[in-house]
Design a protein around this ligand. Structure first.
Ligand code: ATP
Ligand code: MG
Ligand code: MG
Length: 342
């Protein structure tokens, strides 16, 4: 059978591996660090993204390369791509690896983003604060996740620095946050799941609820703009599109060129979940249609939430996913539960 190579061995790579196995594929994970996905993948390479020999052997051992981690260095991707196709494509990665190019791309499609200014170095901060004002958020352009590398500005005289090239974003007074998990197949077909309502705590996703409770109009707008994004990128795979809901319409927060934490509810809500959908797309199979058969609340198990596992195991209609991470740390995603509500 075909072998799917996955860059990144975290929980997303782990759940992709399970989905691939179910469809009869083998997976080969490439991960520089300790890999929760390692115990379910068929093969694991633990090597740095600078290790050209390891990258070459990895690429030669697989039929197609995908990723659960979007910050793979460009030089490593060049090498991999000279050997096997990478899906989703390089442009999707280049656009989303850097919050500045991402926002410029979204604006170029006519979509709304938060007001933003490039803060290349600390010296650019006063001008950016004068332009964007407060409240605002300084975010590192690259590598940030779970709210890491972000500083909130309440006062234009405040002087804090993230330590790396950043963007300053005006604070969006949203009434809610939703996300669309959208997929595009190798044949160009697009399928989207129902948007979920996301609650964050301390910059980390806490829960996703479907249905999201919004009227039909913003729901349709959200799905259409997600489709516009994947079509513009000639994208193949699953993408997460995070949106702010405001009285004037939807504002795009960010896009993730991979399966997304806010799509974990699909494991309990849909016959074809986001992980299978992604594998179908990168393997060139037809997509599932995204239909939802249940109402679901997904809750992340973060740090000490693991203490609640015994109780959750005894609760009806709760599907538990544990990532098998060796060490529990505050703020670390250890697992999630899908509570089926109907
Ligand atoms: P992840 O990739 O894990 O979703 P991240 O580190 O890329 O997180 P963001 O999604 O940019 O972080 O921000 C995390 C959360 O902070 C958002 O979901 C939102 O709740 C809040 N936030 C971020 N930017 C803004 C903004 N411009 N206005 C208002 N709230 C914001
Ligand atoms: Mg992000
Ligand atoms: Mg986010």
């Amino acid at each position: 059978g075909a072998v799917i190579g996955i860059l990144g061995g975290g929980q997303l790579g782990r759940m992709l591996s399970v989905a691939a196995s179910r469809l009869g594929y083998r997976t080969h994970i490439y991960e520089p660090g300790a890999a929760p996905a390692g115990d379910v993948a068929h093969q694991v390479t633990q090597a740095s993204y600078d290790d050209a020999d390891a990258l070459r052997r990895f690429a030669e051992s697989v039929d197609v390369i995908t990723y659960e981690f979007e910050n793979v260095p460009a030089a490593s991707l060049d090498l991999l791509e000279s050997i096997r196709p990478i899906r989703p494509n390089r442009r999707a990665l280049a656009v989303s690896q850097d919050r500045l190019t991402e926002k410029e791309f979204l604006r170029g499609l006519g979509l709304r983003t938060a007001p933003f200014a490039n803060v290349e170095t600390e010296a650019d901060l006063p001008a950016a604060l004068a332009e964007i004002g407060t409240p605002s958020i300084l975010k590192t352009r690259r590598m940030g996740y779970d709210g890491k590398g972000q500083i909130r500005f309440r006062d234009p005289a405040q002087r804090d620095w993230t330590g790396a090239a950043s963007v300053l974003e005006g604070f969006v007074a949203f009434s809610g946050e939703i996300s669309v998990i959208v997929a595009r197949g190798a044949d160009g077909a697009v399928a989207a799941y129902d948007p979920g309502l996301n609650l964050h705590e301390g910059g980390i996703l806490r829960t996703t609820t479907v249905p999201c409770g919004l009227a039909q109009k913003p729901v349709t707008d959200a799905v259409l703009l997600a489709a516009q994004i994947v079509n513009a990128l000639d994208y193949v795979g699953v993408m997460g599109v995070e949106l702010f809901v405001t009285p004037d319409g939807l504002v795009v927060n960010e896009i993730a060129p991979r399966v997304h934490n806010s799509g974990h509810w699909t494991q309990a809500g849909c016959a074809v979940d986001q992980f299978e959908q992604h594998i179908r797309a990168v393997a060139g199979l037809p997509l599932g249609d995204g239909r939802r058969h249940a109402d679901v609340i997904m809750e992340n198990l973060i740090g000490d939430d693991m203490d609640r596992v015994p109780e959750l195991l005894g609760t009806a209609d709760v599907q538990i996913h544990l990532y098998g991470k060796e060490e529990t740390r505050a703020g670390r995603k250890m697992g999630h539960v899908n509570r089926i509500c109907r």
